[in-house]
Design a protein around this ligand. Sequence first.
Ligand SMILES: Cc1cc2nc3c(=O)[nH]c(=O)nc-3n(C[C@H](O)[C@H](O)[C@H](O)COP(=O)(O)OP(=O)(O)OC[C@H]3O[C@@H](n4cnc5c(N)ncnc54)[C@H](O)[C@@H]3O)c2cc1C
Length: 582
Amino acid sequence: MRTRLAGIAACCLAIASCTRPLPDADVIIVGAGIAGLSAALEAGASGGRVLVIDANSVGGGHAVKAGGFALVGTPLQEKKGYRDSPEIAERDLLAWGEDADPAWVRRYVRASRPEVHDWLTAFGVRWGFILDTPEHSVPRFHFASGSALNVVVPLMRAAYAQPNLDFRWNTEAVALLRTGSAVTGVRVRDLRSGMTSELRAPAVIIATGGWQSDLDFVRRNWRSDVPAPARLYAGAGYFATGSGIQLGTEAGAATTRMDHQVTFTTGLPDPRDPTGSRALLSQNPSAIWVNSSGRRFISETAPSKDADDTVLKLKPATHWLIFDADGLKTLRVRDGVWLGNPAGIEPLKALGLIRQAGSIAALAKAVGLPAPALQATVDRWNAAVRAGNDADFGRFTPGKPDATARELGKAPFYAMQLFPMTRKSMGGLAIDADTRVVDAGGRPIPGLYAAGEVTGVAGINGSYGGEGTFLGPSVYLGRLAGRAVTSRSGLSRDPQPVAAPAKISISNDPTYRARALTVAPEALPALLDAHRPGYWHFEVAHRTVQERGLDCTACHTPDWPTRAAASAGQKQVQLNSCGTCH
Ligand SMILES: Cc1cc2nc3c(=O)[nH]c(=O)nc-3n(C[C@H](O)[C@H](O)[C@H](O)COP(=O)(O)OP(=O)(O)OC[C@H]3O[C@@H](n4cnc5c(N)ncnc54)[C@H](O)[C@@H]3O)c2cc1C
């Protein structure tokens, strides 16, 4: 009898394993941006088998291009004498965002120190400086030395060092797998081979970021109080297509706050973008801003949300920066790695994106602004600077001087026409307090979680994005999702320490260098011209290598020759190279 029962049990198991394949992991995380990496480390620390997939061939997502974190009550603030508290931060965020989600704001401002600042610091992140920005009544926009690259690289290093964390690159999630109403995996497409396959896990965390590079998606969800601009450029990353929103909604998820989108108005068309649809963020504190009538229309130092709303309401929604030879020194154009090439902004001048002329009248003619009006605007501005009083827009008054406001008098004069550009999504998949994705009735979809910008960072920003209020909340939400998954699956909760991998230095020994070359430098042009699917980052990176005349062995070593990094050790060496370009 016993044997017979055992036999039936074994038979059932066999049938079960035929119809329901063994899971590939305890959790699958879609997206290796800062939210996905935080979720992976959190879930991995409790011993779970974590599989992270990403459509790109490298991790980090937008954080690679981003800046700082809004953090509350940190040691650096204390050192600088900035007295901050969760109560002050909560008031600031609710006031700036106007309709932010109060519960999530309250949670974030209390969690940012222990859950974001202290956690990142334990991975070796060092906080360098804090910027004072208008939405925060106390300076709290924290930067690691340099950009947020210096925050995600330590996370990637830690993740690669964990044996229970696995990464699949060039792998795009195309659908969620379901068993009944529960999500039980992901259908993926290998971008390099074109093959689709199914990956199974009892939990899936969507961390695919926003949709700000799909301009149709942006327009479909445009806010109702201001018309969408005729010329609108993309200012987010290559993979920010909102695919995670689609994955979620196809599985029954509700969306929320979809018309909450950050649109900057200081975008300069990117001449390097083959689609002609992308822009670069451009700023110049020495410039005056004029509309299509050649007149100033706002204080150039107005808080960003006022400035952006004002420009979006202009007809047409565009403006020009006007500055002189001295003002050229304070021009900052950001977002393109190629701007760091030796030629810098010269191509922008050569292509007429920065116009130059010997007089204001000639400049007006060159850019198509009314010359008498522009001359009158510049004369009036210069008189205001001399008087120390901007009676028109109050940028400076005798009691509130502005050192960046200077007379425009030194030829050549410059003009740049700027346009609205997309940036960040503040709505997305609806989640509950546990980061579980919910349907229209507020019921959690079993097995499905979401974190980061794909959730509109949980409505923390309301209608107006603040400085640092995406990266910090993305880390927090990622950790919450990783934790929610592991606590539900009953995995152990003893966080495992992560060993810091050794940095591998590059020797000048020619034999050492030669061993790094499995693909000869001469072979590179053909590889780049092939435009192979799944090689986007390889191509953009190595075009930069060519333009900067870099030697292959500046990044590749015998420990990571000129081929895709495969082992954990090779991935660690690969991470040494990111800062060369980012
Ligand atoms: C230029 C720029 C500067 C910014 N500066 C700041 C700042 O200073 N402070 C701040 O707080 N915020 C800033 N932000 C916003 C912030 O960077 C992002 O909100 C944040 O990094 C989002 O992280 P994430 O992990 O949620 O998503 P992402 O960083 O977008 O990562 C998503 C990942 O998912 C992958 N992916 C997408 N779809 C799929 C799919 N279908 N299958 C597989 N993989 C997929 C992508 O390749 C990507 O790696 C900035 C944004 C930009 C564009």
